[in-house]
Design a protein around this ligand. Sequence first.
Ligand code: ADP
Length: 461
Amino acid sequence: MSKKNSILIPGIAAILILVAVQVYVIKDLWVDKDILFDLKYKILSQEAMDQLNRLSRTDGFENALVVLNNYAKETLTDELGRIKSEEELRKLKEEALQGAYKILNELENLSPYLKGYFKRQGSEGDFSRNIEINYLQFLDFDNKLEIYANPAIFRSPNAQNDTLKGKPKSKILVNRFFREDNYYRISFDFYIDFSGKQKMVFRDMAIYLAMSIFSILVVVTILIVTFRNLMEEKRLSNLKTDFINNMTHEIKTPLSTITVAGKTLEIERIRSDENKILETARLIGKQSVHLNQLINLILEISMWERTQFQLDKKEVDIGELMHDIVDSFRTGNNRVVIQEDYSFRGQKIRLDVVYFTTMINNLLSNAVKYSDKDPVIRVEGRENREGIVISITDNGIGIGKQDLKHVFDKFYRVSQGNIHKTKGLGLGLYYVKRIAEAHGGSVTVESKPGEGSTFTITLPK
Ligand code: ADP
């Protein structure tokens, strides 16, 4: 398993487990809150009914039940006698049930009282009531005439509505009533149903939901940051390995030349020829110098890393300095065409001449190094309100979009095309950036592969 996957997979697994646990806990909490909600209104209803009973000696169905008694009497005496068939009886029973529903629904006084009571207690009073008849019997004195309406057979209009709405569970049972009078016997349930219940429970849950989403977000963020850091570290370690490989290669060449030269000197035939000895000694000397330079370079790199830049700033005429640097570069590279265009008008600026020269030289030598035709370099300089702007444009191989954002990184080298032919340690542009920043400035690059690149340095006045 790659390092990338070895952190990514457990990380995603951890997040999934966390999300699953949170969902489980929230769901459980939701159910608890839902039950608590029902319980609260059940208790409140009970209190309200007790109060109603104490104050008015009624349960809220007094009127309805008196009317129901008359209705039952009429049905038994007027209608039942006319029944001739089973079918007609069935119809009558259904009518009786609907009639009872109508009376109870229209004449009950319990819901307005409950609404008032809930509001007085500072709770929500916006509910719809629902009556379910469980048992209904119309009967006369000697129990001869009888209508028994079984609600299991005759579905109530309310029950029908409920299934249509699909949420029969949101009802809260307030009380089960059982009553009988001269002409009827009835048992029914009184429910209340809060249309905004889900919203109210959700409001109660909001803080837990927010906390749980927040904790998931925190974990995800930590994971992303860790993952990115790890990838960045991996990239840097790869760059370092490349650097060490390059360096080893560079050191090996002079070292093997010296070894071969040493072996040559052991040969007797050579030792007798003074010229050969001199030639070999020179070769050893030259390679030792090269080796020494490489070792110095490594020492320099570690020094650059450890120490802060100690700039030795002097006031200079930037136009003149630029011209001097470009001129001496031109002398060392006579195949190169360099066009200069400055509009500094004698602008003076404080900078460290040695570091500044290194910076411009690095850019100029890259412009030559990374060129596949005769190099033509354009050096421009101007001043603006913030400071001075120097740009170096070449007609070289250019830099791909992917590499553009990394070219200033330490040890970074573009490793495609024919570039690997050129020697380098991936430090030139890193130093350019560090020097520009040490002067309080910056460096940017624009490039199109195959067309060339423009490096722009901005330094404050
Ligand atoms: P080095 O030249 O030692 O590889 P640098 O830091 O100077 O290191 O450059 C980093 C990389 O940026 C180089 O490997 C090269 O691919 C790319 N690069 C730098 N300058 C140019 C340029 N002028 N044109 C095209 N590519 C460039």
